[in-house]
Design a protein around this ligand. Structure first.
Ligand code: ATP
Length: 451
């Protein structure tokens, strides 16, 4: 089973590179571990996913406000949030090669439950069970490693100029809570949403885009009356299911994991990790956390600015509590590719295709002339292509190779419809549409198609 799973992962990685979805970062220079570049189809898929999220959770709702904060933030943000002190992973070193690994990952790979273990307990387990590094060498003691990328801002390199590439988008939301409150004075509950880059110096990035050092998050901080947090938590639990369904992920491959207290982030009073059956195993797709008033109180204490919300028309005021659904873009992409990757048999041959939901497919229609050497056919096909492109945007011109090869190529990138202009088109203005999922073909008039 494990090999089968790894095979599927390899097939997805290979298709993603071959067909222009996702390339290793800085590939031509030998790569940069934990970074990935999105090619023409990858960026289209990514934008479709982000756009869907924004539509569902910002545009379609009355209680949400979008923000787009700077990636570089005042270092005080990360001190107050606890990231400078506690945003760490357990690290061990190969004593021969000095290569570094995540202790909890090595222990998990060796079959040990790791949840809630202290550093000392991990060190002890490694010793007692003589666990070696993947290179077969002895391992050091386990210590913590802070995952934030440190940098300096401005021309003077001193303590005061230290900043960090943000490890989560959430803090850019909390720091703007008061601004939005003052500009819009929204009714409670209300949410702020942000999508953008986050950076974590992961000790061992792995599993394709699943664990990267640079990735994107889509986060919501939903501010609620502390007495009503459970209701809001339940609302967002349902919304997360709505999201996984909108991504086309089968319900049976999505699992809720109620995170026990010992394993929750320091700020969380309740967390559900939503896991997905990736080819690498059941792993976290996104998280839903009750962050209490932890972040707003930290800001209030650190800055002296009052973070109270006053219920309109009353003197009742309090610092709101927060429900946070935190979505990862790369993990959504990996889940979508996993769910969409399909093999079937067509005319006795194995066919690979991406059964992407139409609203996520990077290309909705591919348009081809049946043959390339008949100028009237090409001209007619160009006309159909331009009209469809004006309407849908995501339309590809494809006249490479024979028609069978074009279908295979479009299947592999998940194009739901291939439109072919043939000799009959010149006579009666109808075209053939070939459907990706069924491989069935039918004729429609150009007029109907464009409509
Ligand atoms: P993990 O336990 O897998 O490291 P996490 O619990 O640290 O993840 P959160 O801090 O809850 O992750 O981040 C919220 C979301 O951001 C995750 O559910 C995931 O979708 C995404 N994410 C976090 N770290 C990475 C990463 N290194 N690469 C890609 N996506 C990530």
């Amino acid at each position: 089973m494990a090999t089968e799973k790894n095979e599927k992962m390899e097939q997805i990685v290979s298709l993603a590179k071959r067909r222009g979805f996702i390339y290793p970062g800085s590939d031509v220079y030998g790569g940069l571990s934990g970074t990935w570049d999105f090619g023409p189809l990858g960026v289209a898929l990514k934008r479709n996913i982000i756009g869907l999220w924004w539509k569902l959770f910002v545009e379609d709702r009355e209680d949400m406000y979008g923000v787009d904060a700077a990636i570089l933030m005042n270092q005080k943000v990360w001190k107050a949030s606890g990231h400078v002190d506690t945003f760490t992973d357990p690290l061990v070193e190969d004593l021969e090669t000095r290569q570094r690994f995540r202790a909890d990952h090595l222990l998990k790979d060796a079959g040990f439950p790791v949840d809630g273990l202290s550093l000392d307990q991990m060190t002890q387990l490694i010793k007692d069970n003589d666990i070696k590094s993947p290179n077969g060498n002895a391992l050091s003691e386990v210590r913590t490693f802070n995952m934030m990328f440190k940098t300096t801002v401005g021309p003077i390199d001193d303590e005061a100029s230290i900043s960090y590439l943000r490890p989560e988008t959430a803090q850019g939301i909390f720091t703007n809570y008061k601004n939005v409150l003052d500009s819009f004075y929204p009714d409670l509950p209300f949410g702020l949403a942000q999508q953008g880059k986050a950076f974590r110096n992961e000790i061992s990035p792995r599993d394709f885009i699943f664990r990267s050092r640079e990735f994107e998050q889509m986060e919501i901080e939903y501010f609620v009356d502390p007495a009503k947090w459970e209701e809001a938590f339940e609302h967002w639990r349902q919304q997360v299911w709505k999201w996984t369904q909108a991504l086309g992920l089968p319900d049976e491959n999505v699992h809720e994991l109620e995170v026990p207290e010992a394993d929750r982030a320091h700020y969380s009073k309740r967390t559900i990790d939503f896991e997905f059956d990736f080819p690498i195993g059941k792993e976290e797709l996104l998280g839903l956390a009750y962050r209490t008033d932890f972040d707003l109180m930290n800001i209030q204490n650190a800055t002296g600015r009052n973070m109270d919300y006053t219920i309109k028309g009353t003197n009742t005021k309090f610092v709101p509590h927060v429900i946070e659904p935190s979505f990862g873009v790369e993990r959504a992409i990996m889940a979508v590719l996993t769910a969409a990757y399909t093999e079937d048999e067509v005319n006795g041959e194995t066919r690979t295709f991406l059964k992407l939901p139409e609203h996520l497919a990077p290309v909705k229609y591919a348009v081809s002339p049946l043959v390339r050497n008949k100028p009237e056919l090409v001209a007619k096909a160009r006309e159909v292509y331009s009209a469809l492109k004006a309407k849908h945007g995501a339309v590809m011109w494809d006249d490479n190779g024979n028609i069978g090869k074009r279908y295979r190529r479009q299947d592999e990138i998940g194009t739901p419809h291939c439109v072919v202009v043939d000799f009959e088109t010149l006579e009666n203005n109808t075209v053939t549409i070939r459907e990706r999922d069924t491989t069935e073909q039918h004729r429609v008039s150009i007029e109907e198609l464009i409509k």
